[in-house]
Ligand binder design. Structure first.
Ligand SMILES: [Zn+2]
Length: 68
């Protein structure tokens, strides 16, 4: 597999999309996303996984979901 140099790839295991955001590894570990083990400090997430991550870290705002 050839890797595109320059573009970061999402660090969620099994995902090969382009990373858009980087978040602290600690935070991601506390969510349900499984990050590649070789990831040391921060995790790079693609758009989709970042959204998923944000959703999980916003769980205390349940009222927002009811509004939909
Ligand atoms: Zn991803």
């Amino acid at each position: 597999m050839a890797e595109n140099s320059g573009a970061k790839t999402c660090d969620v295991s099994g995902c090969s999309k382009e990373a858009e955001r980087s978040v602290s590894l600690k935070q991601v570990r506390s969510s349900s996303l499984s990050i590649r083990p070789e990831c040391a400090r921060s995790a790079h997430l693609c758009k989709d996984h970042y959204r998923e991550f944000k959703k999980e870290t916003k769980k205390d705002r349940k009222l927002e979901q009811l509004g939909y």
